[in-house]
Write a protein that binds this ligand. Structure first.
Ligand code: MG
Length: 401
């Protein structure tokens, strides 16, 4: 099929979650709900998705832009302000989709676990039928109730719970939005009997247009209540994995250079020699972080001899590594490092090093361990010719599929 576009609507207020903020900004395993949703569409970029338009509250656009930047969601082509009602937000989003786009998917940003497979299936069904909606078959028996009393049964065969993304050929979506703008069938004759229109595929159905049913996904839940958020946390945890990397570095001690270790300047007659500030400890930490995510090593990211990194503070390089770590959706669980030096005594400086690294990694200092040892006067390190460091980093990251 031709490519398709997605409008991710996330302008809701989420009062039912109990938080005062937009529910898509709430964290799931350290990552905003919205980042999970966008991540699924970003992964669909290789399978026909041409671009994403993100719709947020007018006062949230900067926060959304930051989530897009941090997550590296380059499939997001524009971020626009939503409107009063859902249909207004969808209209604003559609206006930012290029005119040539034939199929447009509308997704609720508060459904973080949509799969790239479902996205593709909905897009294909919409291209074929004009409109498509994922329906989740109902397993439970259904009852009507009123005032604490069961008042009747509902046949569950042939009933499904509507999810998003809902897909439309562009001309169908425009027709649907026009219908919604006019108040749909809810203001016409028989409006009392008809339930209110809750989404675009319902409006398409009301307009007598064919809507294809795609099998929904039980994990594709919508976060509406605090209980949903709790369930979502369980799913998010199940979709994350721990990864570990190791790092090692060594630099020679020379006269006339400051000694910088772990981002802290340490009084010493000799300092470490190197192209940057030669902070062997931070270099080992960076290699451990990159290693955990199989992102290469610091020699590749910051080539020695590159003028941009001459005399660079390794804390700045660590900040750049952390940008890559966050772009992978990962967060640091802990770092354990060892410095091997005959002198000077490092113990008094370790608390500051831990703080500096913790601040750069965006974690509590309790997750950063730094130990120091000597080389028992053995070999070059034992003669005090240099300082070496090793590090192990563990990160939590959405499982790579
Ligand atoms: Mg180095």
């Amino acid at each position: 099929m031709d490519g398709f576009w997605a409008v991710v609507v996330a302008a809701g207020r989420g009062r039912r979650v109990g938080a005062g903020i937009n529910k898509v900004l709430l964290p799931l395993m350290g990552r905003p709900v919205l980042a999970w949703s966008l991540g699924a569409f970003q992964r669909a970029a290789g399978a026909g998705l041409e671009g994403i338009v993100l719709v947020g509250g007018p006062d949230e656009l900067e926060q959304f832009a930051e989530i897009v930047r941090v997550g590296g969601f380059d499939a997001v082509r524009s971020i626009v302000a939503g409107g009063e009602r859902r249909q207004d937000s969808v209209s604003h989003g559609l206006a930012a989709v290029p005119a040539g786009a034939r199929v447009v998917l509308i997704h609720d940003g508060a459904r973080p676990f949509v799969s790239p497979e479902l996205i593709k299936e909905v897009a294909e069904a919409a291209a074929r039928s004009g409109a498509a909606v994922p329906l989740l078959p109902v397993a439970d028996s259904l009852r009507r109730f009123d005032g604490g009393l069961v008042t009747g049964e509902v046949e569950r065969d042939g009933v499904g719970r509507a999810q998003t993304p809902q897909g439309f050929r562009r001309e169908v979506l425009e027709e649907v939005l026009t219908l919604l703008r006019r108040g749909g069938a809810t203001t016409g004759p028989g409006a009392d009997a008809a339930p209110p229109l809750t989404d675009e595929s319902a409006a398409a159905l009301r307009a007598g247009l064919p809507v294809a049913a795609v099998t929904g996904d039980p994990a594709n839940l919508k976060i509406t209540t605090a209980a949903d958020l709790e369930l979502a946390s369980v799913i998010a945890r199940g979709r994350c994995e721990y990864r570990t990397g190791t790092g090692y570095d060594i630099h020679r001690l020379v006269a006339g250079r400051p000694l910088v270790l772990g981002g802290a300047e340490i009084p010493s007659e000799l300092g470490l020699d190197g192209h940057s500030d030669a902070d062997a400890l931070l270099h080992a930490v960076m290699d451990a972080l990159l290693g955990a995510l199989a992102l290469g090593d610091i020699g590749w990211h910051f080539p020695p001899g590159d003028e941009r990194f001459r005399g660079a503070s390794s804390l700045n390089l660590l900040a750049e590594v952390m940008r890559l770590v966050r772009a992978a959706g990962a967060q640091v669980v802990n770092i354990d490092a060892m410095v091997i030096a005959e002198r000077p005594k490092l113990a008094p400086h370790i608390p500051l090093m831990r703080e500096r690294i913790a601040a750069a990694a965006g974690v509590d200092a309790g997750r950063i361990s730094i130990k120091a040892t000597t080389n028992e006067r053995l070999g070059s390190l034992g003669r005090g010719e240099g300082i070496a460091a090793t590090a192990t980093a563990t990160v939590l990251v959405p499982a790579l599929r």
